[in-house]
Design a protein around this ligand. Structure first.
Ligand SMILES: [Zn+2]
Ligand SMILES: [Zn+2]
Length: 411
């Protein structure tokens, strides 16, 4: 039996289990469903189902490696794109380790240019263009590790905080999911967001990413010889102004001389460290930004720019602006991991553990030959690291390694 057949069999068992339930998205009948079929390896789009039961039968029979539904609502979800009749879409965010610079991606992520004549490769985040031939297609080898997921979680926390406190969505309207691979999906389901067009969604993207904040654009456009009062630095107490203020406070409280150097503050770093208490009290709390000698408006702007990057949420911007986007269906398996997309309450974000909660295959074992795998955690156990090693593993761990192209099944 090939490794692919083995995984297919496990997916088949999972979807045919009586305990398997695929939760249905709201307004189920107005959604388009799409599937990547295991055997045929093709994407089947423009499906709609009269009931969750009909969807479940389709999945049981066809066994997709991946199941998606539209974030959009359509009058005719099964029609071709132009004839669907778009009537709205959820507001969705995708936070994925692919888009976050982590300290681990240089260790476990690799990319190779797909241009046969080039084949250039590197480690870390996949570039947009190949630095040698300019190509845009790459073969990638990634890994979902604890650090990746913790970074994605930290970004999710910032995003959820903005959605709640700056946009005013209630916790009930914000749904949080583990994506099944290396990140989280955040869905906002609310009448007010449904009709937003792509441009309006782009505005939301810019806000959470901290793009085009007036605070900075104004400072940049100022002619260099403008009198100081016109450039005076100030922060109000709501939205991004508040975020920058709180972020500065957090940053300055723990900042070392080296941290300040990283911000680009060299000559006055000693003053900042020496006057830390006064800065926190007079500037950050009292708004007397120019009360410390040696700490100028320019310094505040540099610091604010840096803190803005720390406080912005690193989302995959394309996902949010695309009003026809397909998103993985809750309760279905991810073809690259064999893990489930699972929902959890927003309040549990901090303690949510994907490597126990998203495990679908809880029984059996399989013997595999692992080519290369870092140490990893799954279902409460730790495995590896492995290099060219035969091991007997629990099904979930074997499926994960095979799906990630790191192992072959042995029979
Ligand atoms: Zn290339
Ligand atoms: Zn990682």
């Amino acid at each position: 039996m090939s490794s692919r057949e083995f995984v297919y069999e496990k997916f088949c068992e999972f979807y045919n289990r009586s305990s398997t339930v695929i939760p249905s998205p709201v307004l189920f009948r107005q959604r388009e469903f799409a599937f990547l079929l295991f055997r045929e390896r093709v994407m089947v789009r423009h499906n709609s189902f009269a009931s969750p039961k009909a969807l479940a039968s389709f999945v049981k029979e066809r066994i997709p490696s991946d199941v998606y539904h539209s974030c959009a609502y359509y009058e005719n979800p099964a029609a071709e794109m132009e004839k669907k009749g778009w009537s709205g879409a959820d507001l969705v965010f995708d936070i994925d380790a692919d888009h976050i610079p982590t300290s681990c991606n240089k260790i476990h992520d690799e990319w190779t240019c797909s241009n046969a004549e080039c084949g250039f490769n590197g480690k870390g985040i996949t570039p947009e263009n190949c630095p040698i031939c300019g190509g845009v297609k790459f073969e990638t080898k990634t890994w979902p590790c604890d650090l990746c997921l913790d970074s994605a979680k930290a970004e999710t926390q910032k995003l959820v905080d903005m959605l709640e406190n700056d946009f005013g969505f209630s916790v009930k309207e914000i749904r949080t999911f583990f994506s099944g691979h290396r990140g989280y999906h955040i869905h906002v389901e609310n009448e007010a967001v449904r009709s937003l067009d792509s441009m309006a969604r782009k505005e939301i993207v810019d806000y959470v990413s901290g793009i085009g904040l007036a605070l900075f654009s104004k400072a940049k456009k100022d002619p260099p010889k403008l009198k100081p009062s016109a450039k005076a630095f100030s922060l109000s107490d709501y939205g991004w102004n508040r975020r920058v203020r709180l972020g500065m406070r957090k940053f300055l409280l723990g900042a070392s001389k080296e941290d300040l150097h990283n911000v680009g503050l060299k000559t006055n770093s000693d003053i900042i460290l020496r006057e830390k208490d006064a800065i926190l009290k007079r500037c950050l709390e009292g708004d007397y930004w120019k009360s410390i000698q040696g700490v100028s408006t320019g310094t505040w702007i540099k610091l604010a720019e840096y803190v803005k990057d720390l406080e912005s949420a690193k989302i995959d911007t394309v996902v949010t602006t695309d009003i026809h986007r397909l998103i993985r269906a809750d309760g279905t398996l991810h073809g690259k991991t064999g893990l489930l997309k699972v929902e959890f309450p927003v309040k549990d974000l901090d303690k949510f553990d994907a490597f126990t909660k998203a495990v679908a295959f809880k029984e059996g074992e399989a013997k595999v030959l692992v080519s290369d795998a870092p140490e990893f955690r799954l279902g409460g156990k730790t495995f590896g690291p492995y290099k060219q090693k035969q091991v007997l593993l629990p099904t979930a761990a074997a499926v994960l390694l095979i799906c990630k192209g790191r192992a072959e099944v042995l029979k």
